[in-house]
Design a protein around this ligand. Sequence first.
Ligand code: GDP
Length: 288
Amino acid sequence: MAIQWFPGHMHLTQKAIAERIKDIDVVIELLDARLPGSSANPMLAELTGHKPGLKVLNKQDLADPACTALWLAHYNARPDTRAIGLDASQTTPARQLIDACHALAPSRGGMAKPMRVLICGIPNVGKSTLINTLTGSRKAKTGDEAGITKLEQRITLADDFYLWDTPGMLWPRIIVAKSGYNLAASGAIGRNAFDEEEVALELLDYLKGHYAGLVEARFKIDPIGALSDEEVLEAIGRKRGALLGKGRVNLQKTAEIVMNEFRSGNIGRITLETPEEFAQWLAAGQLI
Ligand code: GDP
């Protein structure tokens, strides 16, 4: 069953962004480097399509570096778009951001024409963390659960460089089934909105095809290439002692273990979609 996720108030965010965008020179969209295609909100492109855009692939410390390189090349090939990778361990991402914005809007700068930038991203992508790093303050609240509400705020990064946080919440918009699974696996959508076992099986299916060695090493299980997704989940559950009575595996608990291990990066540096795969999913028309 495909994941459905329709949180409210999107129309308010839409309206607020539409109003703000008039006075914006560059739109920064924060994406999850493990799922750049799925963590983008297509509504944002509709609202800001004519503005130069900076794609920031955040959490690149958790993502597969070879795939991040593919995504950066993919975005950098677009006109009026630049892409950079960042992660929370970087203490001074400001220079990179500022330089990229100036390259995108070279006519802006100086006190008379300050650079005006809007930063957007779906919940949990790391926006508060980045803003905290940029401002050096603890003002923006960070949290592990998707959907902590924040007020619009303007941040001064340099005398002639203003950054606006998105007004309202930019929720993910799931347009293909695979994106729903990847968003759920990453922790971007509320845990009540999906079935953990189903998401873990989809995750293992992808990992089996792309990162089998990492899964085998992390969970110390035999080669998984010939196993079904259910068999892989069971093998992990047995290894981790997630058992019910009579030797049966607690699949629900095992699913949680698999997702937590993925989210924390313990399985390894993993990306759940390449630009090519994402394009194929869209083209296959599994629209929901
Ligand atoms: P927001 O909802 O977009 O504001 O996301 P937060 O800033 O609250 O971050 C969500 C979670 O992701 C927190 O647990 C952060 O510590 C974590 N996080 C943010 N950026 C990074 C990153 O670059 N790398 C890693 N590994 N974790 C990050």
